[in-house]
Design a protein around this ligand. Structure first.
Ligand SMILES: O=C(O)[C@H](O)[C@@H](O)[C@H](O)[C@H](O)COP(=O)(O)O
Length: 258
């Protein structure tokens, strides 16, 4: 059984509809946050997610969103230079950040010139300073940051951010806000931990295409005790809202869509 949370699943006919809905959703949360606190704090992750939020760079959002109030973080990042093809920063910069007037100092990228462990510590320190100054809101129930919105893609293995099914220590981290993973086969990474993800006001999980259908099913449906470890299933904002943005192929194995 999953713990309860405020979860909504939006299933769209096409990827284009996902893009329209996602842009409108982000713009609305940005508006509400700016009205409420004067700023909007958002955390991004990798891959198709950035492409799917592309409509924000177009009319009307490019003019109507209060870009100067945005503070942008990464829910996960690879320890590679910022001009490297695998850098999440580069992906977001090329496809999104360079196309809207976000204040450069409000873009909180990681330090890629130190070890993954140090980069995770530094990033957490930066977040702690911004929580202290209340640029980032604070959880009502812990000292955790309460991001206005955390945007997550979904891996075919059900991973979110860089929280992978086999990384038990990262999945179970309860104290640190940012942790790290090192492997011999891939870049080292830093990632938000579940205490941070689940303290956010809003979390969006975005997945399109039939390659994601199994992961979506395992993350959402009640699959019983044999359910494998699916990190996306652990996304349960305690006081916030979780919204899934899916196209029909990604939603095709959901119990509710059968
Ligand atoms: O860091 C990685 O290993 C991947 O980039 C990964 O985290 C990605 O976000 C998901 O696999 C979803 O990616 P797509 O939405 O592009 O399929």
């Amino acid at each position: 059984m999953k713990s309860k949370c405020d979860e909504v699943i939006r299933i769209h006919e096409s990827e284009d509809e996902v893009k329209n809905d996602l842009a409108e959703y982000i713009a609305q949360i940005s508006d509400a946050s700016v009205k409420d606190r004067g700023v909007f704090t958002i955390a991004l992750s990798h891959a198709s997610l950035i492409r799917l939020m592309g409509k924000l760079c177009e009319s009307p959002y490019n003019k109507t969103v209060e870009w100067s109030k945005w503070y942008v973080f990464w829910a996960d990042e690879r320890l590679v230079p910022k001009n490297h093809a695998h850098s999440n920063y580069k992906l977001a910069k090329d496809a999104f950040l360079s196309k809207v007037p976000i204040v450069p100092s409000h873009v909180l990228s990681i330090n890629d010139s130190v070890s993954a462990e140090e980069a995770a510590e530094e990033y957490e320190f930066v977040m702690r300073q911004l929580v202290k100054s209340r640029v980032v809101n604070v959880s009502d129930t812990s000292d955790c940051p309460k991001f206005d919105l955390i945007l997550l893609g979904l891996g075919e293995d059900g991973h979110v951010a860089s929280l992978f099914p086999h990384h038990h220590s990262a999945l179970n981290e309860k104290q640190q806000w940012v942790t790290f993973t090192t492997t011999t086969t891939d870049s080292d990474r830093i990632t938000f931990t579940f205490p941070v993800i689940n303290s956010a006001s809003n979390v969006a999980l975005v997945a399109t295409g039939d390659a994601k259908a199994d992961a979506v099913h395992l993350a959402v449906d009640d699959v019983g005790p044999e359910c494998p470890v699916v990190p996306a299933r652990m996304v349960r904002p305690a006081k916030g809202k979780l919204v899934w943005f899916l196209d029909k192929p990604a939603a095709s194995k959901l119990e509710t869509s059968k």
